[in-house]
Design a protein. Structure first.
Length: 329
């Protein structure tokens, strides 16, 4: 007689999977993606398509011809997500061959070299951006103004609010910060130059609320980053008025994009809730330090990459409770 063999509990399946979560994040990115198309036109569409196609192709080719894997992970959504996030960290007027180079570095060097999804130490899209910023600094810091016509590929360029704030801090000129041509409302709604995915904070917040509602991520990392930036930047502003207000720090640059979509990457962020809070606070602190005293106006990417390297240490110190473990009172 056949007997039913039952394994040890627990038996409840949550329904989560890699592909489900990856495509869930992609859905959360849709509002920001549409805003980038509206603000930057055909350039944003081309950069996004080339970035996604390149990431998918390089992952497929490396799996098939170098790693000799038959069960490739191309359709799990991770390569598509890397492509979209890489595009979000690029100017919409970036030459397409540079986009391909960034995709090759993100997938080939940062992700597949370490064994593929789940094994990479650093966030592939952010590492690709950092590589391009160091390799092609002029092209990576030439920002087109938004809303200059959908088919206008030679759009007028201008400095970002972060760059203007950086120069004002360097000059010690409080009036220059107050006279930055973009208001807080402009920066919140996307009426400024910058990377494709960082300009419209409203769209990014919609993505955050969707992911929290779907329980794709928890609040610990994004809230701890944003709160730390607000508190630290506010303390600096109170001490020396030439530093920008904490509200300007929150809505400028890639802070929202990094806090919501980049720092929350499953593979490169801590597992435990306490670890995520430590991770988020450290990222927020490093972001303000780099923005204020570093060579680059933006510090979010480098702050996340630095803390990616500390994630194994954080996981080792803040270990999640084992299932069935007895809590000592």
């Amino acid at each position: 007689m056949n007997k039913l063999t039952v394994s040890l509990s627990p038996h409840v399946h949550s329904g989560d999977s890699v592909s489900k979560n990856m495509y869930g994040v992609l859905i959360a990115l849709v509002p920001a993606l549409l805003c980038s198309f509206v603000y930057f036109g055909i350039g944003a569409i081309l950069v996004t398509l080339v970035s996604v196609a390149s990431c998918v192709f390089f992952e497929w080719a490396i799996n098939k011809y170098m790693l000799k894997r038959t069960d490739t992970s191309v359709l799990d959504g991770s390569a598509i997500l890397t492509g979209v996030l890489l595009a979000f960290n690029l100017p919409s007027n970036l030459p397409l061959w540079i986009v391909m180079v960034g995709a090759l570095f993100a997938i080939g060097v940062v992700k597949m070299t370490f064994g593929g999804l789940g094994c990479n130490l650093f966030n592939p899209a952010l590492a690709g951006r950092a590589f391009l910023l160091i390799s092609f600094p002029v092209q990576m810091t030439t920002w087109p103004k938004p809303l200059q016509g959908f088919f206008n590929v030679d759009a007028e360029t201008a400095a970002t609010p972060l760059a203007l704030m950086k120069q004002a801090i360097k000059d010690g000129n409080t009036d220059a910060i107050e006279k930055i041509p973009n208001s807080l409302l402009d920066m919140f709604t996307g009426q400024t130059g910058g990377s494709m995915g960082e300009v419209c904070e409203i769209a990014l917040l919609l993505g955050l609320f969707y992911m929290l509602y779907k329980k794709i991520i928890t609040w610990h990392i994004p809230v701890s980053i944003l709160a730390t930036v607000f508190i630290f930047a506010g303390a600096l502003h109170l001490a020396k008025p030439e530093y920008p207000s904490p509200f300007m720090d929150l809505v400028s640059g890639g802070l929202m994009l990094g806090a919501i979509f980049m720092a929350t990457d499953y593979v490169t962020s801590p597992m435990s809730k306490k670890g995520q809070l430590v991770y988020g606070v450290a990222i927020g602190f490093l972001t303000v330090v780099i923005r204020t005293w570093g060579a680059y106006p933006e510090g979010m990417s480098f702050a996340i990459l630095i803390m990616n390297a500390f994630v194994p240490l954080i996981n080792n110190y803040f270990k999640p409770k084992r299932f069935g473990e007895v809590v000592k009172k």
